[in-house]
Design a protein around this ligand. Structure first.
Ligand SMILES: Nc1ncnc2c1ncn2[C@@H]1O[C@H](COP(=O)(O)OP(=O)(O)OP(=O)(O)O)[C@@H](O)[C@H]1O
Ligand SMILES: [Mg+2]
Length: 425
């Protein structure tokens, strides 16, 4: 989808384990082949390959290689690079900023400022830029929220003497993925993702997502620190970034790739046969430095998603990270209940067992051995989690400030009847 004035290549920079500054890792180029199919090429720089502490960008690469990698998947953008690129929300912001309806894939990489998920950066110059020292502060949240509202409503952005500053403020945070309005802000504790409520939300998302993060911990899932703060009379969810570590010298960054990349899958519907917890755990066991911790954790997440009807658990809502050399499963994020009308069957976004995507206890247990969990133990774990979700969701939600009315709206998400439906025939 690149037009003639779109950038066709860029340098890929990386912050190596233990460091806080970028080095140049390689070069990425995008071209259209003779059949008109976008094709991406990536090659590591020779100087990068000579570095003693150089690491592969993608955990699926066992070791570094000087070969030219090529792909036609994901419109030619390698999964590990695409994971550092904006999604629906960030693209909307960039399009609004540039006044263009659509940009080339490399333009999206270049426009989004350097607070993206993971350890990569992108630039037109071989030399990486100096690391950023200044981020939006939590004090800026009110202005950021107003800008997000204007973008959602497709209104004109502010003009006047400080328009440029306002627009820069807005561009920050665009490179974080996802569809919901968000920004990245810093306080003395470090960097946070701020997730805003949309004026057209059916319930208070910030408070409900916060409640799910608390409920998830009750179910022994690993999650980031989070809190809700009221800005201009509206709630905003702040989730601590797990891919950044504050040091005296600046931020260390974890490499990060999504499950979509690990599954070598496309976003598109036709690739949904690869969207699978069962396949994902196979990859996770191969690449994780702690498979005996991560595989059972992934099993618990799958069960938790089934029990809160989180049917938006798509492959970009799972990730692996590497703050040092070794990879592991990231903390859980984007845990959102949904309220499908059907009560006898709900489907997760990923296949979870022999009955496909069905959020059913029998289905979850059908492939549990692959998650390195003992069959008897597992039954107990699922039963306990079911009880916890059933008995605690409401109290936690109320404690976290979800209104009685909103609790009424989301109640049918939890431990829905189909989870235990007797299956005959
Ligand atoms: N705590 C975190 N630390 C670092 N990166 C995170 C964290 N939480 C989320 N991310 C990254 O930011 C992206 C967007 O976050 P999230 O999934 O919460 O947003 P969303 O807009 O609700 O997504 P969706 O479009 O799936 O609804 C994720 O896909 C992930 O790459
Ligand atoms: Mg998401």
């Amino acid at each position: 989808m690149t037009s003639s004035d779109s950038a066709q290549e860029c340098y890929v920079h990386i912050t190596l384990p233990g460091e806080t500054e970028f080095v140049t890792a390689g070069k990425f180029a995008l071209a259209t082949n003779r059949q008109g199919i976008p094709t991406g090429r990536f090659v590591y720089g020779r100087s990068y390959l000579r570095r003693e502490n150089a690491v592969p960008i993608n955990p699926l690469e066992r070791k570094l290689s000087s070969r030219t990698y090529a792909t036609t998947m994901l419109a030619g953008v390698f999964g590990a690079l695409r994971d550092a690129s904006p999604d629906y929300w960030g693209r909307r912001v960039i399009e609004k900023y540039t006044g263009k309806a659509q940009l080339g894939e490399i333009d999206y990489l270049l426009y989004s400022p350097d607070d993206r998920a993971g350890a990569l950066g992108f630039g037109l110059n071989r030399e990486p830029p100096a690391p950023r020292r200044k981020f939006n502060r939590t004090l800026d949240l009110e202005r950021l929220q107003k800008l997000a509202d204007a973008i959602i409503a497709d209104e004109d952005l502010p003009e006047g003497p400080d328009a440029e500053q306002v627009q820069k403020l807005m561009l920050d945070g665009t490179s974080m993925g996802g569809a919901r309005p968000k920004a990245v802000v810093e306080d003395d504790a470090g960097l946070w993702i701020a997730k805003f409520n949309r004026p057209d939300d059916k319930w208070n998302h910030a408070r409900v997502e916060r409640a799910m993060l608390v409920l998830a911990r009750e179910c022994s899932l690993q999650t980031s620190e989070s809190k809700v703060t009221a800005i201009g009379g509206r709630d905003v969810l702040l989730v601590k970034r797990f891919d950044r570590q504050q040091t005296e010298k600046g931020y260390r960054r974890a490499r990060m790739v999504s499950a979509l990349t690990l599954l070598r899958a496309e976003d598109a519907h036709r690739d949904r046969n690869k969207w699978s917890y069962v396949l994902l755990v196979e990859e996770l066991r191969r690449i994780s430095s702690q498979p005996r911790t991560d595989a059972p954790e992934l099993f618990r997440r799958m069960c938790f998603n089934a029990l809160i009807s989180n049917t938006d658990d798509h492959p970009r809502n799972h990730a692996v990270i590497a703050m040092d050399k070794e990879w592991k499963l990231s903390p859980a994020y984007d845990l959102i209940p949904s309220i499908p009308v059907r009560i006898e069957r709900r489907d997760l976004a990923l296949i979870c067992g022999d009955m496909g995507r069905y959020a059913h206890v029998g289905n979850l247990l059908s492939q549990s051995a692959r998650f390195l969990v003992d069959a008897d133990e597992t039954k107990k774990t699922v039963n306990e989690m079911e009880q916890t979700v059933r008995n605690k969701w409401y109290d936690i939600a109320r404690r976290e400030g979800v209104t009685e009315k909103d609790c009424g709206k989301i109640a049918s998400a939890f431990a829905y009847p189909g989870f235990r439906l007797a299956i005959t025939g």
